[in-house]
Design a protein around this ligand. Sequence first.
Ligand code: HEM
Length: 488
Amino acid sequence: EATTGSRRRALQRDKGCLPPKRFRTTDPIFGLDLFFRFFRHVKEHTLLSWFERALSDNNTNTISVNVSGSPMFITIDTENVKSVLTSNFESWSIGSERISFMSSFLGTGIFTTEGPAWRHSRDLLRPCFERSQVSDVLVMEKYVKHFISKIPGDGTTIDLEPLIHRLTMDVALEFLFGRSTGESDNATTDKDREKFITAFNYCQDPHNAKPVEKWGILGFWLPDPTFKKSVKCLQEFVDKIIEDEIALGDSKPKPSKERYVFLHEILSQTSDRQRIRSELLNILIAGQETTASLLNNIFFELPRQPRILENLREEIRNHVGNEPPSWQQLKDMKYLRAVINESQRLYPIVPGISREALHDTVLPRGGGLDQSSPVFVPKGAFVQCFCYSMHRIPSIYGEDAEIFNPDRWLDNKSSTPLRPGWAYLPFNGGPRICIGQQFALTEAGYVIVRLLQHFEVFESRDNEPWREKLALTCTSFGGSKVGLKVHK
Ligand code: HEM
């Protein structure tokens, strides 16, 4: 019977594995110094650029880091990323840490399961995102109008971020649960929705949890009553929606067009309340938090870029004038799409996709001095596919990769079109690719167009550079502080 050690050596020999470059730590065994540096960068909102430097300073696309005695790999090599996320998908888990952390407030749903349970959740959700559903953009108009009505039109400085959260929450509630907010929704009040957003913000960011704020690193191991209260608030919010839906039963007016509503579908499939609650929480978070983070980044950047803003306005004038855009018109607006792409390139909402090896396996590249040999990955080790750096590779995006320039996405005859393939991964790739991608892009486009149609002046009121606010998603730490005017 071969020992683990001998089996590992045989695997490495057979595949020709060599070690990648190592991130140097002063404590060679546990890498404790790394832990403290990590914590400092979290606090300073500079974690992403620190990781990026770890790769660039070592002139490598794959690096191994010693985390409490076991190796973790950070890679921006597209062959490795493709292998982890698709061709060798079965060898990787979304990770025990992610499962236990996210389950602690979202329960068991599409984000926290694998294998048959995950497939089942995905199958149940898929019909929500068919073209006929996603193309129904007018569903959004009422909520976008409300969003715009809350913005002062006289140039007063405002941070759009909280309003954006409310907007994406309302849209997600209507789209996924068929809950038209306002007079016809008895289940959740404005206040409930605000409380839900606050509670979720607390849960998703353990680095800012009260005990950590007070006690530093030690706080991770202390009880946190605010966390418990916040989880209860999230659960009560969806429970109210479920109870209301059940109570309404058949007496509820049917929507004019037959739509696939996730809430109705899951209620017809199971009576397991725990499961319904968790699936709803998972998809509600997926549906509102991500698009809010994207819009926050775009509204941070756009007003700093007068030329880009003017190009976008021109495209809007040419395609839709002052009318609400249709789904097809949004698709035809290439510059709008380029702006969204460029925001997701420089400020990816999910800057790293982390996976844990289910058994001993290999990454196809990154080992040895020339980085061309496979890399051995022991069972339980983590790999971080680091989109933030991948999206800045000069050989793919050009020497101006650090600059916000939507033109790079436009096919024009004089230059080679940008086709980054696996080096551009805002929505992940492979079997767990984001299921809400089209919906998110449509919603973001619709909101941008409606905002620019309404306000003639759009100015930044913030001199700070973009800094990360990193939790489940990543967005501008400073929000989007702007001044808008209806007329010039
Ligand atoms: C700009 C907006 C969005 C971005 C950047 C984004 C990005 C992503 C990424 C990177 C993943 C993969 C995460 C991983 O496996 O580690 C993912 C998964 C997912 N996304 Fe999105 N997403 C966005 C919007 C949405 C929306 C609006 C919805 C639903 C309404 C949604 C639903 C989901 C779901 C259900 C999954 C899990 C898929 C699975 O594991 O099978 N996303 N998203």
